[in-house]
Design a protein around this ligand. Structure first.
Ligand SMILES: Cc1cc2nc3c(=O)[nH]c(=O)nc-3n(C[C@H](O)[C@H](O)[C@H](O)COP(=O)(O)O)c2cc1C
Length: 173
């Protein structure tokens, strides 16, 4: 049975909660879970199938402050990493009411950071069912991954995760 590497951060909040839901719902493959805060990006090389989960906490660039975001050390290390042949799916936590102009922006930033690695991005999601104004995660008419809003739409999370897994799991090797 092939395995999936699930990399996420931060710990203890909504990303953490959803990462556990995602891991629980995957029954056909082994899932190995890693906190990005405690993991070197090189670890990604051990997996062909990768899921990453991130939240948006209002940063505009990864280096714009040093607020101790869990992804601050991990993200720059993607630069120069060769992940060709690997498939990566993203989920992102955000708040579509208070941050309608920046909805799940960090998921978009993460996708940008992954681009140079040569990995194939899978699990893009249509805007259907989402309300927002602007999002850096909305590229070429689709979200780069699965947006989730535990602040205002937590009742939709399970269903959204299930539908998304139905799409990505068959694409994983
Ligand atoms: C300081 C702060 C800034 C935020 N900025 C954004 C934002 O720009 N875009 C967005 O969609 N959500 C934003 N949110 C909402 C969070 O992404 C959302 O609450 C998420 O579920 C937090 O997940 P976490 O607890 O795992 O970090 C912000 C929340 C906080 C507290």
């Amino acid at each position: 049975m092939s395995k999936i590497g699930l990399f996420y951060g931060p710990e203890g909040g909504n990303v953490d909660k959803v990462a556990k839901i995602v891991a629980e719902k995957i029954t056909t493959k082994k899932v190995e879970v890693h906190l990005v805060k405690e993991t070197d990006a090189e670890k990604l090389k051990e997996y062909s199938n990768i899921i990453m989960g991130i939240s948006t906490l209002g940063k505009h660039t990864w280096s714009s402050d040093n607020s101790g975001n869990d992804w601050d050390d991990f993200l720059p290390k993607l630069n120069g990493l060769d992940l060709k042949g690997k498939k990566i799916a993203l989920f992102g936590l955000g708040d579509h009411i208070a941050y309608a102009d920046f909805f799940v922006d960090s998921m978009g930033d993460l996708a940008e950071a992954i681009k140079p690695t040569g990995a194939e991005m899978i699990g893009q999601v249509s805007e259907e069912g989402y309300e927002f104004n602007e999002s850096r995660a909305f590229v070429d008419g689709k979200f780069v991954g699965l947006p989730l809003d535990e602040d205002f739409e937590s009742d939709l999370t399970e269903e959204r995760v299930e539908k998304w897994l139905e799409v990505i799991l068959p694409e994983f090797e």
